[in-house]
Design a protein around this ligand. Structure first.
Ligand SMILES: Cc1cc2nc3c(=O)[nH]c(=O)nc-3n(C[C@H](O)[C@H](O)[C@H](O)COP(=O)(O)O)c2cc1C
Length: 190
């Protein structure tokens, strides 16, 4: 008989999280940082570096060499089992900085998001919680051959009143996000 003890480490899945805002105090960044505490114990949440580190997409840059920040971002996404986006809505659509990051990733071979399970969370201080950004963001995610957890969608309205530091202080919102992360954990393992 061997003395093998299963540490359970193989059961852990990782999700890398991209934030669609650059500002330090972004609600979306705070929401992203709240996820770790709400995720199931076998789902590890890892925040990706800011998308502000990437240059604006330019084919001339790519023809020279893939920028280091793009390579690093792609490497972190490739290593993780799943991908999450936490983003505001800009003018009823996808923030430019987020689109820029997805455009860079889309040009790589292998393309790091291909077949990745994805969950999308939007938030807004307004009433609609970024609802109108879901379709445009998903459209891009479809183009990148990701596998999206479709519904119920996570759209957090009045977010300014629902966060305390980097935690969700509104119990109903915390319960909802916890349930979505549990569903996502199951979705990743399907
Ligand atoms: C260019 C721009 C466009 C915006 N468009 C919308 C919008 O369409 N819907 C909305 O709910 N909020 C909109 N807002 C307000 C943002 O939701 C708000 O600034 C939010 O705090 C930005 O997200 P962050 O806190 O994660 O940076 C917009 C803000 C900016 C700067």
């Amino acid at each position: 008989m061997t003395g093998f003890v299963d540490s359970g480490a193989d059961d852990i899945r990782t999700v890398s999280v991209m934030v669609g805002s650059l500002r330090k105090a972004a609600f979306s960044g705070r929401l992203a940082r709240s996820l770790s505490a709400l995720a199931p114990s076998d789902l590890r949440v890892e925040l990706l570096p800011s998308v502000g580190l990437l240059p604006l997409y330019d084919q001339d840059i790519l023809d020279e060499e893939v920028p280091q920040a793009v390579t690093e971002l792609a490497g972190l996404i490739s290593k993780s089992d799943a991908f999450a986006i936490v983003s505001p809505e800009y003018n009823w659509s996808i923030p430019g900085v987020l689109k820029n990051a997805l455009d860079w990733l889309s040009r790589l071979k292998p393309q790091p998001l291909e077949d990745k399970p994805v969950i999308l969370l939007t938030c807004s201080p307004g009433l609609l919680g970024g609802a109108r950004a879901h379709a445009p963001i998903r459209n891009v995610l479809h183009a990148l051959d990701t596998r999206i957890l479709a519904r119920p969608e996570v759209q957090i309205s009045g977010v300014a009143q629902k966060l305390e530091g980097d935690s969700i202080s509104d119990p109903a919102t915390a319960d909802f996000v916890t349930a979505r992360l549990k569903a996502f954990n199951e979705f990743i393992r399907r």
